[in-house]
Design a protein around this ligand. Structure first.
Ligand code: F3S
Length: 284
């Protein structure tokens, strides 16, 4: 009998799961048109399925400003205050699926500004989550992804600054940047707001992959977190298979393995994970 080990952390994290469930619930129950501000997750299949249920994706602020009726769902990345202001002014119903961990960062930004401190976000300035966080701060709120960029943007060393992190930022890199900033003599308050979901998923994938004959990683080839999982698994298990859909799975290639592990990227739907688990678990 073959052993199949499915990672507990495979697929959606808590925040994304909650957001996706919210959209399905609203599609079913809400009166009038339902929109998400940006695609709810980076998975075309899920977005298409929701479209088939009448959920439309709003792309950009201009389009958002034109909405005058129905429900707009805010995705787990969160958005800046301005977006809520536009929607409330236009009388649109807002359903907020911002991940509570991201919402906590918004609160910190507001509070630190009120205490007269300048906020710096360590993260990718182009990422929607970071832009959303920035949208709760004063004009002078900055986002930087390296120490060099920090020094370029905030040369005044006497400044009181409060630092937060993008939830998916690398732990080690965050600590390194903060330590360097502290060494320069800034008055620093640091809030490590990195979410452990990604790290836990990677650690579990590596642990399973090193104890099985073959490992299957499910997720989009363009999803960076899934690629990272495949890389981690591939380093410890040479029979690692990176698949996007169930059709990519060739059961005949698995016949010689007695133990098989399965994990999946952050935007891989549960349904697909279960399908793969069923195929792998059946005798062939
Ligand atoms: Fe997911 Fe929320 Fe963490 S969206 S990665 S649980 S911050």
């Amino acid at each position: 009998m073959r052993e199949v080990r499915l990672a507990k952390t495979a697929g959606f994290c808590f925040g994304v799961k909650k957001a996706v469930e919210t959209v399905y619930r609203e599609a079913e129950n809400a009166e009038g048109p339902v929109f998400t501000y940006g695609p709810i997750i980076h998975n075309e299949e899920v977005v298409r399925d929701l479209e088939a249920r009448g959920v439309k994706v709003i792309r950009g602020k201009e389009e958002l400003s034109g909405i005058r009726e129905g429900t707009v769902i805010i995705r787990s990345h969160g958005v800046g205050k301005e977006v809520y202001d536009i929607l409330h002014a236009n009388g649109v119903r807002v359903v907020d699926a911002t991940c509570p961990f991201v919402g906590k960062i918004h609160d910190i930004v507001r509070r630190e500004n009120e205490a007269g401190r300048r906020v710096v976000i360590i993260g990718d300035p182009t990422h929607p989550e970071v832009q959303g966080i920035r949208g709760w701060g004063r004009e002078d709120t900055e986002a930087v992804d390296s120490f060099d960029n920090f020094v370029k943007k905030i040369p005044d060393r006497g400044m009181k600054i409060s630092i937060v992190a993008q939830t998916t930022f690398h732990h080690g890199k965050f600590k390194e940047i903060v330590d360097k900033i502290k060494n320069l003599g800034y008055d620093v308050r640091c809030f490590n707001t990195i979410c452990n979901a990604t790290q836990e998923r990677q650690a579990e994938a590596g642990e399973i992959a090193s104890n099985v004959d073959a490992m299957i990683v499910i997720g989009g080839k363009n999803s960076s977190n899934t690629r990272k999982l495949a890389e981690i698994c591939g380093a410890v298990c040479r029979n690692t298979f990176f698949i996007q859909t169930r059709d990519d799975l060739k059961p005949e290639t698995l016949t010689s393995f007695n133990s098989i592990g399965i994990t999946a990227g952050a935007s891989t739907p549960q349904k697909l994970i279960e399908e793969v688990q069923t195929i792998v678990g059946s005798e062939f």
